[in-house]
Design a binder for this molecule. Structure first.
Ligand SMILES: [Zn+2]
Length: 116
């Protein structure tokens, strides 16, 4: 099993993916439908893929979500919300905590604007 740690060897990961998926090909005798080449500092390899493996690879890629992806900012549309759902681009807060903090900030501002 290839562990996802650095350094990651992309060619080895792809080879392992193929090994994991290929045995379940319902048409093992069908001709390959794709060739992908991978070249990195760690080496290079060329893989001939069946329709079954190509579909599995596409499904895996489509379902991938970056761990840093917390959606987009409703204020500016930015894609960089930090772990507190705070937009790094415009400063807006999101989520329940963001709403509570924003409400509190409005109350404090209103109190400060009131009669002294
Ligand atoms: Zn924003």
């Amino acid at each position: 099993m290839v562990r996802v740690t650095t350094p990651l060897d992309p060619a080895a990961v792809i080879a392992e993916f193929i090994d994991a998926v290929a045995p379940y090909n319902p048409q093992p005798d069908a001709a390959p439908v794709a060739v992908i080449g991978v070249r990195t500092a760690l080496g290079e390899d060329v893989f001939t893929l069946s329709d079954h493996v190509v579909r599995a690879l596409c499904k895996a890629l489509v379902s991938y979500r970056d761990p840093e992806d917390r959606g987009s900012c409703s204020g500016c549309g930015g894609r960089h919300l930090d772990e507190n759902l705070h937009c790094r681009d415009c400063g807006q807060l999101h989520g329940i905590l963001g709403q509570v903090i924003a409400e509190h900030a409005r109350r404090v501002a209103a109190e400060n604007d009131g009669p002294q």
